[in-house]
Write a protein that binds this ligand. Sequence first.
Ligand code: NZQ
Ligand code: ZN
Length: 388
Amino acid sequence: MQNFVFNIPTRVHFGKGEVRALEEELEGRTKKVLIVTGQGSVKKYGIFDNVVETLKKAGISYVELSGIKPNPRLKSVYKGIEICRKESVDFILAVGGGSVIDTSKAIAAGTRYEGDVWDFFVKNIPCAAALPLGSVLTLAATGSEMNSYAVITKEDEERKLAFGSPFVKPVFSILDPEYTYTVNKYHTAAGVADIMAHVFEEYFSQPSSAYVQDRMAEALLRVCIRYGPRACEKPRDYEARANIMWASSLALNGLLGEGKSGDWACHSIEHEISAIYDISHGVGLAIIVPNWMKHVLSSETLEKFVEYGINTWGIEKKKKDIDIANASIEKTREFFNSLGLPSKLSKVNVAADRFKDMARAAIKTHPQVGSFKKLSEKDIIQILTESF
Ligand code: NZQ
Ligand code: ZN
């Protein structure tokens, strides 16, 4: 296992009605909050009202930035920075899914930075300060509620990039599974695929001696396999929503990834797809992941796929190793299909004529694409073609 520092300063308030914790979290900490929301769901389903009532009770004033789109755009970040400066905002509260939380993180960092916030994404300039932020999570998927990353799209350049800093880890996150009851089947399934993809990126990686992380990874995968279909079919099933929600946070808060060199090839490829075609991140991953698995399966990686097949899917140990590995990949593909997710890029209106651009951009953005198996431009084009 590699050396690591594990530090999650995010206080998690988990469960029904936990929005009430906003009062104790914000009282005395802030004079003016920026509430960031998406394109209307939190207002439609009453979550925004719950938040505002609590703020009013605590005598905290607020301003709003609404309309954040999925695959959030840099121009919304600029708008938020402008509001924070003009209104002397001293705390940001994200109420929504990953797109809203990521936008809030970028605003938090950008407000305290004299240059262009995009520098953090393209120039790798370390962020030295940020406004504090908290989140009220409404969709289980990204883990942004408990991690240091933000992913933002610069539309005119078709670039979707990530940045990370300990300064943008939420100081608290409120996880009420009931707030996810209204997430439709498509986004619930996409969220489950994203959670599983985070686990895969950390599981299919070196070194194999991180036994603790790998067994926890398999446990989270089994949670998704058990509760993902249930959350899709019965949106108001508290047990299913609660387990999926907690799995989303644990899948990308460092618990599985620290002590290992994550692979992240599927994410690198998917970000290039959604940068151009604006598809749901989890949907892109559900299409790419099984084809990436097929592509990287070799005599060097076989053992890990066997481990995956036996421990996650319960495939019989007696079978030949290669059959176990292939069966585990087919089970992954079938599982995503069973959630109603598309299995081909052509089904989500992605055209094949941009594959070369995507592969080039992925290679340009990342010093290395993949660590479990390093991918070349040609490999990426092949995976995209196999996913078409
Ligand atoms: O915009 P609204 O109206 O809120 O609707 C949203 C949106 O249409 C809807 N939704 C959210 N909560 C809801 C709800 N609908 C009904 N009831 C609710 N309670 O769901 C749709 C998708 O929302 P979004 O926030 O875009 O989804 P997600 O949480 O999957 O976030 C995806 C973004 O996060 C990035 C992705 O690339 C993508 O841009 N990622 C962020 C990561 C991170 N910060 O660590 C890591 C991930 O790998 C990922 O890259
Ligand atoms: Zn993801």
